[in-house]
Write a new protein. Sequence first.
Lengths: 326, 73
Amino acid sequence: MRFTRFAHAAIAETASYLPERVVTTHALDPARAAELIRLTGVEARHVAADEQATSDLCIVVARSPLTPESVPTIDRVLVATVTPDHPSPATAPLVQHALGLAHVPAMDLSAACAGYVYALDLAARAVATGDRAVLVTAGECRFRTLTDAAPGVRVLFGDGATAARVVASGPLRIVATMLGADGSGHDQVRVAAGGSRLAASPATLAEGLHALRMADGPHVFYRAVEGFIALATTFLAALSLTPADIDLVVPHQANLRILERVARITRIPLERFVIVVDRYGNVGGASAGIALDHAWRAGRIQAGQRVLLLTAGAGYTAGAALLEAT
Amino acid sequence: MNEPSTTHRLVDELLLAIDAPPGEGPLELSSLAVVQLVDLIEASLGVIVSSHDITRENFATRASLRALLERWS
């Protein structure tokens, strides 16, 4: 795990965007809806329109944290996603161009469901080395790729995007981050085909290898719980803090049952967790940012409070960040 | 360690609680059934089950479940 403290990095503003169309779990799988909701807690998710791709969601959401005054200060654009518009080129240049951010660097970042925190960490480093502001976006259009997925996988996911403008000084200070990865779990949650290991072909299409698959769903469930807990424990120890010092936990919205188990084992009351997975499903790398934006707009983050961002994703990847509201 | 009969009885009770099929054949538990079963095991034995033990093999049959529970009892 890589721990970093930041002296001068903050989130100036956040935003989130959920596409208009809502698909309930009952509509998705009437026969198994009750069982799937009991397993995941996901009752509905927003789904992108046919003509919308990930860049479109990121462009919509990124307009909010960009005021006319702030646009000229953006020195970098990051898009965290595992559902880019195309395998190549990256999605970020499309976002940069659409927003009129001429010639600033723009790149994608693939860290699965830890993508938002990975991107915040990178943005904080960029600000620490001279960038005036970094536009962080995370977005996913996952749902349309899940036609061939198992019902227990398909029910989990939704589409959406989030954005943050990261600057040197602002209302949500980025105090520290901790990032890590464990490639021993690389085959547990993945899209098998479409990359250089197994190029897209009629055979991969016929076998449904372009849908996200979990090798062993229950194992991944409990491994995710352990990942969240290990990350929180290690990060708080590095910060000389305890769970009692944290006012709000903003986790990756993996699955409501996972979050309930994390709360029970860590003895952090579930009321201190920001939970939107019931309404939006798992929005991959955008989930934590969407939850953070909702909490901030709802007034759940007050001056002086500490917010723990906690994410874990396929790969496996993990990322935590401590924010302090000023 | 529990006597085998105790473990037999506990496994039967736990599986009955989640409406698992009777007999010594494959249980073919759904993901939800596994999660519910783990909750019941933890409540019964006072343990936290590790992800290393959550495998298809360990939850495949009554015999494999008995072997798993005997390790913790």
